[in-house]
Structure formats: C-alpha cells, structure tokens
Design a protein around this ligand. Structure first.
Ligand SMILES: *Cc1c(COP(=O)(O)O)cnc(C)c1O
Length: 377
C-alpha cells in the first residue's frame, strides 16, 4: 500500500461520543466560561459515581497538575526523597522535582510491568539505612494494567509511607472488582488527548478524604484566603479545570464504558491473530485484574525485530511506538538513584505499543495485523 492512498492510523486518538458539544454549548449560553461552573461540578460528580466508592474528585487542568498537588498534599517538600516507578511517562516523576524533592526510581516486575514489591522494599530499607525515609511512593497502572495493589500497599503500610496512585492510564481498570483510582492515599487521573477519555487536556485528584479535595481546589485556585480582598498566606497555583473542557468531560463519561470495551476488543483482536507467532507475547491479566487495555503492547524477541515491525508499520502510515523509556535511563534523571533488576531495560528494548484507539475500525485492525504478519513471515 502507498502512504498517499492509505489513511493514517494513530496510536490513540481522541474519540468523541456526540453529546460533548451540548454541554459546551450550554456553558456558552449560560456564560459559564470560567474555571468553575456547573460542568466542573457535574464532571466531578460523574467521576465520583463512576469510581463507585466513597470518593472525592477535584477536576484540574492536567494529570501532571494533579500529581504536583497530590505530592504537596502528602507533605513532600525540599530535600525529600520520593520513590517512583521507573517504567512510566515522565509526568509521574517531574512533579517530584517541582517540589525540590528527589526521585528515587524502582524497577518493575513481569506480571504487570509495574513497580516491583521486592525492589520497593529493598529500596525503602536501603534509604532508611542511609538516614532518609522516603516521603511517598508513586505507583503507576501502566497501559491500564493495575499494579500489584495488595503487595505494594502492604509494603507501603508496613513502613508507613503514603502511596500516590498514578491512574492516568487506568480509568476503567479494576483490581478484584475495585476501580483503579481508589487505592492510593491520593490518586490522579488524566484526560489528555491520548487517554481513554479526554477533555482535550485535563486531570483530576482523587481521595477518600474530602479535606484532600478541598485543599486541592484551594491550592489550584491561587490559595486565596477567606477575605473580601486578595489575601494569601501560601503559594498557590492556577490548576483548576475550565467549565468548557469539563463539558467535554461530561459527554465523554457517557461513553467511557464503550471506550473500555473497544480497547479490550482491540487487544483480543491482536491476540487472536498474532498469538501463534512465537516471536510475539502479550501481557495477560493475572487472576482478579482487569485492564482497560488503554494501549495494546507486544513483547518481541529482540530489539531488531521490534524496530523492524515499527518501521514497517510506519511505511504503511501506521503509528506505533516503543514502550515508555524507563526514567532511570533518561538524561534528565541521570543523577538519581535507582533500584534495578534489569526488567524494564530489557522490556524497553523489545516492546512495542500498537494502535489502540477506541475509534479503530475492523479494517484498520486487519491492515495493522497484515503488516505485522508480513514481517514475521
Ligand atoms: C498522561 C500521563 C500523565 C500526565 O497526565 P497529563 O494530563 O498529560 O498531564 C501522568 N502519568 C502517566 C502514567 C500518564 O500516562
């Protein structure tokens, strides 16, 4: 096929459900064109009832902003250390640096590709023996696959270290029937354009503690004290979600379940057509885990094969991508300590994310699979 003739297939593109513009139109008609209003309140309620426990959500300008506020609410400050899953997107780690604290990275395990409980405990013991107790743990449900909640939270509570649950990629995933985004002392969601639902850009801070929500909103709206004039006794941020983008979010919440179903369908399709090739492996759900399959990722047998697949797909106007490059390999974090077992380095070399949008059509999926089969043949 020729690039000119073939439609571009994206890794993960926005997918509107149809009612988003009604909420946005209403915001215009009622002149709620501000970082507050009925859509912001409504979107927060929608998230709270979706997560389905006694939970509170603060809608913010991005998932990164939510991580920044979440760490601040957990008391992270200058000179602290925060343990962070190494295999993740940089936004999990950057906010640690915003607060003058230092990330210490922890490698992943093979069942979920997420933070390894054994390495985590080794890291905690070693930091404590060096005289610095880590202030928080950032654990990530990468690509929608829940981390080992029981093991990670057991280690965290044994050492009394709070967990910031990065659920940016895992809205709609669950662990033993409980929604991701409800496990951490604080959790965050992202509604960036490539995520399972989008507000074009946005995020949320989630907590069972209503005081966390109130304080997040206070800090996100410039930390304005209660006075008729502008009075400030703390440094705040401008991190609240706009009532316009929250309107998009309300529409997207109506299609979240169907987006999850479509993404899971993508995974099943790829698996059905490719599982007989010994060069390719899929990450299965351990018992009790349910992934939203935000991205379908494959593990190949070598860096060369991974690159061969990626470049052949690109030639056919199909976007694919290597997995997240671990943070301990990133130049910006070169001087940070890391507790490693080799897993994420190896996976980064051999792994590939396949197109996974909820708006992919069966023809698109067949096109992708046939390119992959041609390379393997
Ligand atoms: C997308 C993402 C974020 C950041 O969210 P934004 O809304 O883009 O700021 C954080 N962590 C992970 C794992 C992500 O994938």
């Amino acid at each position: 096929m020729n690039i000119i003739d073939s439609k571009r297939i994206w890794l993960s593109s926005p997918h509107m459900g149809g009612t988003e513009q009604d909420f946005v139109k209403e915001a215009f008609e009622t002149n709620w064109v501000a970082p507050l209003g009925p859509n912001v309140d409504g979107f927060e309620k929608d998230i709270e009832s979706y997560l389905n426990t006694d939970i509170h959500a603060a809608a913010l300008s991005s998932g990164t902003a939510a991580l920044h506020l979440g760490l601040r609410l957990l008391g992270v400050t200058t000179g602290d250390e925060v343990l962070c899953q190494s295999m993740t997107f940089a936004a999990s780690a950057n906010p640690i640096v915003y607060l003058g604290a230092k990330p210490v990275f922890v490698d992943s395990e093979s069942y979920t590709w997420n933070i390894c409980p054994e390495q985590l405990e080794i890291a905690i013991k070693d930091r404590i023996s060096k005289g610095i107790k880590p202030k928080a743990i950032v654990a990530v449900h990468l690509y929608g696959m829940p981390y080992n909640v029981e093991a990670i939270h057991n280690v965290a509570s044994e050492y009394k270290i709070p967990v910031l649950e990065d659920s940016a990629e895992a809205l709609g995933s669950s662990y033993h029937g409980v929604q991701c985004g409800t496990f951490g002392d604080i959790a965050i969601l992202s509604f960036n354009g490539n995520k399972i639902i989008t507000t074009s850009g946005g995020g949320a801070l989630i907590s069972k503690n209503v005081k966390h929500k109130e304080r997040a909103i206070f800090l996100a709206t410039q930390a304005r004290d209660n006075a008729p004039h502008y009075e400030h006794s703390e440094v705040g941020y401008n991190y609240r979600m706009s009532n316009i983008t929250a309107g998009i979010g309300r529409g997207q919440m109506q299609v979240l379940d169907s987006h999850v179903a479509n993404r899971r369908r993508n995974f099943d399709f790829y698996k059905k057509h490719l599982e007989n090739y010994s060069e390719i492996r899929f990450l299965e759900e351990p018992e009790g885990y349910s992934s939203n399959r935000w991205l379908t990722c494959i593990e190949t047998t070598s860096y060369q094969l991974r690159e061969g697949l990626r470049l052949s797909l690109a030639e056919e106007n199909i976007e694919s991508r290597p997995l997240w490059k671990p943070m301990h390999q990133q130049p910006v974090f070169a001087d940070c300590d890391a507790y490693l077992n080799g897993f994420s380095d190896d996976l980064f070399d051999r792994g590939l994310c396949l197109p996974s949008g909820s708006n992919l059509e069966e023809d698109d999926l067949y096109r992708i699979v046939s390119v992959i089969k041609n390379v393997l043949r």
